[in-house]
Design a protein around this ligand. Structure first.
Ligand code: 1GP
Length: 250
């Protein structure tokens, strides 16, 4: 299977993903997001959600593909959110939880459709961190997040994921998180695994994005704040490219 997106994840550049929840955006808003994302060199669209009530993943991806040329990566809440129009799928196992359905159950349900779709599947250890409020992902997944300051638990969970063959770690505070994953936790997980590290949940400013990049995140994911204010893409993209320039100069 091709590993194009995984290779991009591994290229040691700071990257930005904009999370699109099909329930929250209409066609007009999607077009605006496409224009901003193209102009500001966003790296990926992530598409998915813990729960979908009326939004459609296929329709959303069709619009994104029509108005922008950046890769679309599925970030599925369950097995029904697989769509072959995407470029890749984060094949997530919720390894911080003890809900067998999200550790392996949904994967069994979707395995053949993912395989036959030709989508690049990226084995991802998905780790939920307590953010000070009960987020939708926490509620819907019916799992306990790792406490915010228990870095050793996050590290052991991430390393267990790595030993099981996961190629990427995703530290998730949850959409709308009151506080993001801490810099210390990010640093320790990165140091102990060396895997591409995605961090998301509650990032609302460029300053916070810089702090998270500098702690060791490779890819940050922003949803709510960019839906509210697409201009934020410009600020985070600027911060990202200045960190990348510094890294290139080393
Ligand atoms: C992706 O859940 C996040 O990891 C998105 O969170 O909507 O708070 O940016 P926000």
């Amino acid at each position: 299977m091709k590993q194009k997106i995984l290779q991009q994840f591994q290229n040691h550049k700071k990257q930005l993903a904009v999370l699109i929840d099909p329930d929250k955006v209409n066609e007009k808003q999607l077009k605006v997001l496409c224009t901003y994302a193209t102009a500001h060199q966003v790296d990926y669209f992530f598409v998915g959600g813990s729960i979908l009530t009326h939004g459609s993943i296929p329709e959303t991806i069709t619009i994104l593909k029509k108005f922008a040329s950046l890769p679309v990566i599925l970030f599925p809440g369950n097995a029904s959110q697989v769509d072959p129009q995407a470029d890749a799928i984060l094949y997530l196992s919720l390894i911080s939880g003890r809900n067998a359905d999200l550790l392996i159950g949904q994967h069994v349900l979707s395995a053949m459709s993912v395989k036959l779709s030709g989508l690049e599947a990226i084995p991802t250890g998905y780790i939920l961190i307590d953010s000070g409020n009960v987020t939708t992902v926490q509620y819907v997944s019916n799992t306990k997040p790792i406490p915010h300051d228990h870095n050793e638990l996050a590290v052991s969970t991430a390393v267990a994921g790595q030993l099981l063959g996961m190629r990427v770690i995703y530290l998730e505070a949850g959409s709308g998180a009151r506080r993001t994953v801490s810099g210390q936790m990010i640093e320790k997980v990165k140091k102990n695994t060396g895997l591409p590290l995605i961090v998301g949940g509650g990032i609302r400013t460029a300053e916070k994005a810089i702090e998270i990049y500098n702690s060791g995140a490779d890819i940050i994911v922003v949803g709510n704040a960019i839906e509210d204010n697409p201009e934020l893409m410009l600020e985070i993209a600027k911060a990202k490219s200045s960190i990348n320039q510094t890294l290139n100069a080393l």
